[in-house]
Design a protein around this ligand. Structure first.
Ligand code: UD1
Length: 342
């Protein structure tokens, strides 16, 4: 089995496309599977422009096991990164089965096929959401997970458990769950970036769309939190730094350096940033003024969460490198490129 082959499920999406770039640049051969449910083919064209390499692409739904079986039959890879999941917290509350079916079935299919076809290494896209409203900050990987407050968060916890149990039950599987904090920004080339459909749920796409004139005004959800400036604190991680964390996780497993067959790492910067600070940072980085107002709190938001990244720093040899202002500049460059704004 080729140690240089990596199947990237959901590789046309936001984090998947950036990771595909980093894998190609690290010398891996990437096979992207995506059903374009929340992405489109332009991201793969962007990957090709950046790297000069067109990744192998199969249009398929990871929930379709027979379609996935064909991918395992046809292509030579020993590692899989599983990005193929829905991620809108509010939608998951309204349509839980959509989330349980898609996020869990896709992962179960992939793990079953990995066992059947003797493929070894898997990285799972987990989330800081597994910590919920943590009692002690920053959170380490040993911080107890809180009961999930949304079906989306529940699928992340359940998928972590499925992966842990499978690495225990088999002799052949190695797993790493990466708990992402808040991924933001875009590739410095502005060829790939985040392209949410409809009204963005997340802060930075809402900011860039407001700056582009697509949204009238950004609502800052809550100015009365018990934080220094009254807005929520998050750990905003640059998407290229995050993509690189996947490469080091794959390298670790491929080179047999894992300390145990299932490992978990926080992937963040380690620094809390408030919503007000982020908005100001965006204005300063891009030399513009944003139309915003303070609005009511959003149901389900935690006051603060940020990462202790010691484990990723020491064990993976990974750390966030890009400065927040550069990340916020890249987010705007990408939005301008997409909207053809000069
Ligand atoms: C959420 C999820 C996280 C998921 C991520 C990606 C939770 C608690 N968090 O992160 O698991 O991986 O989305 O989909 O389930 N904000 C505004 N105005 C806006 C949008 C956001 O003020 O228009 C604020 C929010 O209140 C929050 C911060 O910006 O304080 C970040 O929000 P967002 O980008 O949506 O990410 P999270 O809610 O932290």
């Amino acid at each position: 089995m080729s140690r240089r082959g990596v199947l990237v499920a959901g590789g046309a999406g936001y984090i998947g496309s950036h990771t595909t770039v980093e894998l190609i640049e690290a010398g891996y051969e990437v096979i992207v599977v995506d059903n374009f449910s929340n992405s489109d083919a332009s991201s793969l064209e962007g990957v090709a422009k950046i790297t000069g390499v067109k990744p192998i692409f199969v249009e398929a739904d990871c929930c379709d096991k027979e379609a996935m079986r064909k991918v395992f039959e046809e292509y030579d890879f020993d590692s899989v990164i599983h990005f193929a999941a829905f991620k809108a917290v509010g939608e998951s509350v309204a349509e839980p089965l959509k989330y349980y079916r898609n996020n869990l079935l896709s992962f179960v299919n992939i793990l079953e096929l990995m066992v059947e076809y003797g493929r070894h290494n898997v990285v799972f896209s987990s989330s800081a959401t597994v910590y919920g409203d943590a009692d002690v900050l920053p959170v380490t990987e040993l911080t107890p997970r809180k009961p999930a407050t949304s079906p989306y968060g529940n699928t992340k916890q359940m998928s972590e458990d499925i992966l842990r149990d499978m690495t225990t039950a088999t002799e052949t599987l190695n797993g790493i769950a990466l708990r992402y904090f808040n991924p933001i920004g875009a590739h410095p080339s502005a060829q790939i970036g985040e392209l949410p459909r409809g009204v963005p749920n997340n802060l930075v796409p809402y900011i860039t769309q407001t700056a582009a004139g697509i949204r009238e005004c950004l609502s800052i959800f809550g100015g009365d939190y018990p934080t220094p400036d009254g807005s929520c604190l998050r750990d905003y991680i640059d998407v290229v730094d995050l993509a690189k964390a996947h490469v080091v996780a794959i390298n670790r497993m491929v080179e047999g350096r894992s300390k145990s067959r299932y490992e978990v790492f926080n992937i963040g910067t380690g620094s809390p940033v408030s919503v007000f600070e982020l908005v100001r940072g965006f204005e300063q980085a891009n030399n513009l003024k944003l139309n915003y107002k303070v609005a009511a709190r959003r149901a389900g938001d935690v006051t603060a969460v940020w990462a202790d990244t010691t484990l990723a720093n020491e064990e993976l040899g990974w750390r966030a490198e890009r400065e927040l202002c550069d990340t916020l500049r890249s987010a705007w460059e990408w939005e301008k490129n997409v909207r053809r704004i000069k």
